[in-house]
Write a protein of this length. Structure first.
Lengths: 263, 307
């Protein structure tokens, strides 16, 4: 399994570095203007007062200018989950499906390596890339918040980053499961993206549209509550749901890939 | 061969093997049975879509059989696939590459997965095949990529080689080097299961030939019989009128008139009667094409069906 991990990671070394740097740059650009916004908070709040409730929920709530509110609305509410999810879905739908679609999987499976080891190796690559990117994000977010005086406890930033990581990982795991089932890369990518974006819309609307309460429970976004995490009042059961989705999808992917035909 | 379950068993045994793809009601291969012995080079011939690649993919356990059984070195190809793959060198029909890797990096990756492969063997094979290991695979021509495919199949001196159209894209000189590698493998006792379209290749390398059509093995024959059945194509331009009646009367000839003075003759079997006719007439130009295996297949199949 070691060569699969080593060479798989080697193939993605530059794209991983580029993604990580891009996300860190995005966080820096979003947070660095906090002192300016803070000084004009009263006026900006007045202009935001007339926004409809449903639109407010899409933006991450009414609190934009407190340290937690700013960090949430600018980074953790939608943009970071979105960026990390794009990375995870891309990895999930490509790590295995690319090998199959390009037929390079035959060169791998002609060697004395079991399908189990191959798929676990691919999962490890995805997990490692996600972990490296997330750690870089956590470290840079903590440093930047200190730099611009966004006063949020480090452990709350760490928990929120972990939640964001698990949310993205659950989408990546769904994409990986679809590709392990033999679905084409495009279908895996498209279906998972629909689940992610659709879930975000339904979950956001569910706060104002009561009949969406139950449907929203079927989407991972329901279990990611960035503002509560940043305030330190998060329900850890929700985190467990995200972890469970990831593990179940991983196990199902492994199970289905072991015996199916490789075309 | 020390790990073989039964030393005297055929190295590859296929028994009543069938594969029907999901969504299809017609089997891609149907009740296929054949055996390949140690040190034997077996050519697996058939037109496109006949089931050659499906058979190879079943042996490699990429596909699960719908019915039947196949074993390599006494090991079941589905249950003991991992053990089997320790001693197999495989080259797929459409050898796929990682375009951003160099040949050296790709071969190092494959060597890491295989285990126990010396870089000196890789370098030696690359030298023989004149393969560029330092260029990115995506920048190589099809023939040069195929060289890398051949190196990865031979680099661990496997006891069994399973090769799907191994010389496609190779120039004639490199093809000769490949045949030499096959002869060396055979000399050290390796068995080879090779699909091919090229009759001259089969003639040069194979001990026995199996012919597959529509998923069924329709014949297993000595290579000499196949060669005798093969057609050669002659494009002939006469200086005067074409002796079309004489040509059509030839045994084993299929004649197509192109113009008043030009004909194409597909000739099966002995060629001397054709040359006897040509000697009697003034010929301006004659071109001989390579043996047309597709056409020979058809002739061979027709003959087998009418038997």
């Amino acid at each position: 399994m070691k060569p699969i991990i080593k060479w798989g990671f080697w193939q993605r070394r530059w794209s991983t570095a580029l993604w990580t740097l891009s996300v860190v740059a995005f966080i820096l650009l979003n947070l660095v203007f906090y002192p300016t916004f803070k000084d004009q908070a009263a006026e900006l709040e007045k202009s935001l007062a007339n926004i409809p409730e449903a639109a407010v929920q899409f933006l991450g709530g009414k609190d934009f200018f407190s340290p937690v509110g700013y960090l949430n609305s600018q980074v953790f509410f939608i943009m970071l989950p979105l960026l990390l999810s794009i990375l995870a879905i891309s990895l999930g739908s490509k790590l295995l499906a690319n090998e199959e679609q390009n037929h390079t999987i035959e060169s791998l499976l002609a060697r004395p390596i079991s399908r189990s080891r191959l798929i676990i190796g691919k999962m490890v690559i995805g997990l490692a890339i996600m972990t490296i990117t997330t750690l870089a994000i956590l470290i840079s977010t903590v440093l930047i918040t200190k730099m611009v005086s966004i006063d949020v406890p480090i452990q709350n930033i760490a928990v929120t980053t972990l939640g964001c990581f698990l949310l993205a990982l659950s989408f990546g795991a769904i994409a990986f499961l679809l590709s392990a089932l033999g679905k084409a890369r495009a279908l895996s990518l498209g279906l998972t993206s629909t689940i992610a974006i659709g879930g975000y819309i339904i979950t956001s609307l569910a706060t104002t549209v009561t009949w969406l309460d139950i449907p929203s429970k079927f989407f991972p976004f329901e279990y990611y509550k960035s503002e509560l995490m940043l305030r330190g009042t998060y329900n850890w059961t929700d985190m467990l749901v995200l972890l469970t989705i990831t593990v179940v999808c991983g196990v199902l992917a492994w199970f289905s890939f072991r015996k199916r035909d490789i075309y | 061969m020390s790990n073989s379950k039964q030393i005297n068993d055929p190295v590859i045994r296929i028994s009543g093997l069938s594969k029907t793809y999901a969504g299809s009601d017609k089997p891609a291969i149907d009740n296929l049975s054949l055996e390949i012995n140690a040190g034997e080079v077996y050519g697996f011939l058939g037109p496109n879509g006949a089931g050659k690649s499906t058979t190879i993919r079943l042996l490699m356990n990429f596909l699960a059989p719908s019915k039947g059984y196949a074993s390599i070195r006494g090991f079941d190809v589905t249950k003991d696939s991992l053990e089997i793959r320790k001693s197999i060198g495989y080259l797929s029909g459409d050898f796929a590459i990682y375009p951003k890797m160099t040949g050296r990096q790709f071969l190092q990756y494959m060597a890491d997965l295989q285990g126990g492969v010396s870089m000196s063997v890789i370098t030696n094979l690359a030298r023989k095949l004149d393969a560029d290991l330092n260029k990115k695979l995506g920048e190589l021509s099809r023939g040069n990529r195929q060289k890398i495919g051949i190196i990865q199949a031979f680099m661990h001196n496997p006891q069994i080689l399973i090769l799907d159209e191994p010389t496609s894209g190779l120039d004639p000189l490199v093809q000769e080097t490949f045949y030499e590698l096959l002869r060396e493998a055979k000399k050290r006792g390796a068995s080879v299961f090779m699909s091919s379209h090229i009759l001259s290749e089969v003639q040069k390398t194979c001990d026995r030939v199996g012919i597959i059509r529509a998923g069924k093995l329709i014949s297993e024959d000595d290579i000499a019989e196949m060669t005798a059945e093969a057609a050669e194509t002659f494009d002939i331009i006469f200086a005067t009128a074409t002796p079309i009646a004489e040509l059509k009367a030839l045994d084993g000839a299929s004649v197509k008139r192109v113009s008043d003075k030009e004909v194409t003759v597909h000739m099966h079997g002995r060629l001397s009667p054709l040359f006897a006719i040509l000697a009697k007439h003034e010929v301006s130009k004659i071109e001989v094409h390579n043996l047309d295996l597709e056409e020979s297949f058809m002739h061979f199949y027709e003959k087998k069906e009418t038997k």
